[in-house]
Design a protein around this ligand. Structure first.
Ligand code: ADP
Ligand code: MG
Length: 234
């Protein structure tokens, strides 16, 4: 089933034409990563999908319904964790469901258990490391019911080791909690490791240069692809 469809999205800020003819389809349960040079319009595209920005033209369809310019349909995880310091880990993660009036304690306990947060659920964010805060922020987005997830460079502020740990943890969680995810990253390795498909934005205004299926990529093909992507991002 098609979860998200972007139809011919164009966007300009005044005379600055940023996105041109973006067409993209995300199936239910699919994980797509967006790669593109800095300033190529990746966050602008997320703002359009999240309804924070109305595109100059084109439309955003969620499960076939036109949601262009309308908020509240996606779970968004920003680059910095933005947790509420006066709420415990548990209360922060709960927020996504609380807002929708759909608190489910049993589900929450199961999620805390599986993600390794059961013992520290009553701690406050200030007592956690940067990596742990990012995990809580991810769990909060994950705990927002039935939504499409948009992750804008979620691990870019983390050091290499924490980042690799986080990627492994994320993969484990997603094996149980299947979600439809669109993620922006600067890391080619991360894109190949985590996603089903990589979409490359290129040019000014940016358009989709390539969409590459990386689910069953061989080691040799991976090496070639990495070199090719590095050239593109330069
Ligand atoms: P990326 O996320 O790929 O680094 P952005 O989407 O943040 O790129 O920005 C793409 C372009 O759009 C840049 O030239 C940026 O200056 C411009 N831009 C982004 N947001 C705004 C805004 N609110 N008003 C005017 N220009 C913007
Ligand atoms: Mg950005």
């Amino acid at each position: 089933m098609t979860k998200l469809e972007l139809k011919n999205i164009r966007h300009s800020f005044g005379s600055n034409s940023v996105l041109n003819a973006i067409n993209l389809t995300l199936s239910e349960g699919e994980f797509i990563t967006i790669l593109g040079p800095s300033g190529s319009g990746k966050s602008t595209l997320f703002n359009i999908i999240g309804g924070l920005l109305i595109p100059t033209s084109g439309s955003v369809l969620l499960e076939g319904q036109d949601i262009t310019g309308s908020k509240g349909h996606v779970a968004y995880m920003p680059q910095s964790p933005s947790l509420m310091p006066w709420r415990t880990v548990d209360e922060n993660i709960q927020l996504g469901r609380e807002i929708k009036g759909q608190v489910d304690r049993a589900r929450m306990d199961d999620l805390l258990q599986r993600s390794g947060f059961a013992d520290i659920k009553d701690q406050y964010p200030d007592s956690l490391s940067g990596g742990m805060k990012q995990r809580v922020s991810f769990l909060r987005a994950l705990n927002t019911p039935g939504e499409l997830m948009l992750l804008d460079e979620p691990f870019s502020a983390l050091d290499e080791i924490t980042r690799i740990d986080m990627q492994r943890w994320l993969k484990e969680i997603l094996e149980v909690e299947k979600r439809t995810i669109l993620m922006i990253t600067h890391s080619i390795d991360e894109a190949i490791k985590l996603s089903d498909k990589i979409v490359v934005l290129e040019g000014k205004p940016a358009t989709i240069h390539q969409a590459i299926d990386v689910r069953y990529i061989s080691e040799t093909a991976e090496i070639t692809l990495k070199q090719q992507l590095l050239e593109l991002l330069r």
